[in-house]
Ligand binder design. Structure first.
Ligand SMILES: Nc1ncnc2c1ncn2[C@@H]1O[C@H](COP(=O)(O)OP(=O)(O)OP(=O)(O)O)[C@@H](O)[C@H]1O
Ligand SMILES: [Mg+2]
Length: 399
């Protein structure tokens, strides 16, 4: 095999080891044998860590890691993606005889074909998620670590919601049998703490009571490792100005991609170390500003009821209820009067279409991008925008 190692990856082996200890109940300070729920903002390196560090660490420990990214294909039902990832492992390790599949009425099978029933009508006749995981364990006799990336997406369909319950039931069944130890370890990550909260904060949700842990953002050590790699690769005449780079990394929300863009632009254009430092910093600040400007432009195009709903969601999530008293009070503050339910409904729909607001299958709502929510609230704090007043003064000016 030829491997092209073109991209710099900063590994976080110690963090992976710690999470594995926590998952298996061997940490002296913190345990998550019911599941580890990790949240960090977009593009900060969650998936890279899961794939490059956590999965290999599980393999080191002789566990079976199964990784599934629910954003891998947003057009597919998240439950289908979870079921497929488990089925693929089962096909690899314990293929089901075609004869047996036909006997239970599954005829459309490929080379090997476990079908898992997710309750969508199409997968009827397949085995349950729990049975599939149990079978896998019986075949391999090793702990299974199921890593679900962007797990909050499962909440967006009824089947996804059911799959989460099935996983919880499987976890309880597999882990509570005396003498067999922990057999199913669950790791769920999400790019919005608010959205992940819906999985654990509500009594009606599968993982009610579980804790959400903030997944640590990459730190200065990433910048130091990046600098080392950068200097080696480019053998540049410029010294990599470490302090300025650390500041720049902070400015781009500790997002490696944006940081890389800022660094390469600066390298392409500048003359010396001081210039490099300054350009990286301004480049980073510009990138941050661009994200805010994009949001401000979309915001400016919203109708007053849409702005009122967005404001209520920003302030009240995870307790926002579209027609609840608190929400009504929040709308009133922005609009000067209470909107009726069809206006609220229409506004929510429009905000979803514009990808400013996210909705779960059970009707929970959140600001789609958590960082933009923070930005919005910083602009509108403590008082929400008063659109009724703004309209009055606009009228007064034009008279
Ligand atoms: N440890 C790392 N070392 C080097 N580059 C990294 C590291 N982690 C992330 N990156 C880079 O940052 C970008 C985003 O990483 P990744 O996709 O892992 O983030 P994410 O948090 O899963 O993003 P999303 O919210 O879109 O799912 C990618 O270009 C990736 O190569
Ligand atoms: Mg990701």
């Amino acid at each position: 095999m030829t491997i092209l190692n073109s991209q710099f990856i900063y590994h976080r082996k110690e963090l992976a080891e710690e999470y594995c200890r926590i998952l298996s109940g061997r940490s002296p300070v913190n345990n998550a044998t019911s599941g580890l729920f990790l949240a960090a903002p977009r593009r900060t390196g969650k998936s890279t860590f899961l794939r490059q560090d956590l999965v290999p660490e599980a393999e080191n420990l002789d566990w079976l890691p199964i990784y599934v990214d629910l954003w891998a294909d947003k057009t597919r039902n998240p439950a289908e993606l979870i079921a497929e990832a488990i089925a693929a492992e089962l096909d690899k390790h314990a293929p089901v005889a075609k004869r047996a599949l036909r006997a239970i009425g599954i005829s459309k099978v490929g080379a090997a074909g476990t079908t898992i029933d997710i309750g969508d009508g199409k997968s009827q006749g397949g085995i349950t998620i729990g049975a599939a995981l149990k079978k896998l364990w019986e075949k391999l006799l090793k702990p299974i670590m199921l890593v679900i990336d962007e797990a909050q997406h499962a909440l967006t369909t009824p089947e996804g919601d059911k799959a989460l319950f099935a996983l919880k039931a499987a976890r309880d069944e597999l882990n509570q049998e005396a003498g067999k130890g922990i057999r199913l370890l669950l790791v769920m990550t999400g790019s919005s703490r608010d959205k992940l909260t819906f999985m654990v904060a509500n009594r009606k949700q599968a993982f009610y009571g579980a804790e959400i842990t903030r997944f640590p953002l990459l730190d200065d050590k990433f910048v130091e490792a990046y600098a080392k790699d950068f200097n080696q690769q480019f053998n540049t005449a410029h010294q990599f100005p470490l302090d300025a780079m650390k500041k720049a990394f902070e400015l781009v929300g500790r997002r490696p991609e944006k940081f890389r863009v800022a660094v390469s632009e600066a390298v392409a254009n500048c003359l010396g170390p001081d210039g490099l430092a300054e350009m990286v910093t301004t480049g980073a600040a510009k990138l941050q500003q661009a994200a805010w400007d994009e949001f401000s432009n979309s915001y400016a195009r919203l109708t007053p009821p849409q702005k009122a709903v967005l404001d209520a969601i920003a302030r009240l999530t995870p307790n926002y209820e579209p027609y609840g008293a608190e929400a009504m009070e929040a709308y009133q503050k922005v609009l000067g009067s209470e909107p009726n339910s069809s206006t609220i409904q229409g506004a929510i729909k429009a905000l979803q279409v514009r990808e400013l607001v996210w909705q779960s299958a059970r009707g929970s709502y959140a600001f789609d991008d958590e960082l933009l929510r923070d930005y919005y609230l910083r602009q509108m704090y403590p008082e929400p925008p008063n659109l009724a007043l703004a309209e009055q003064s606009a009228r007064a000016c034009s008279q």
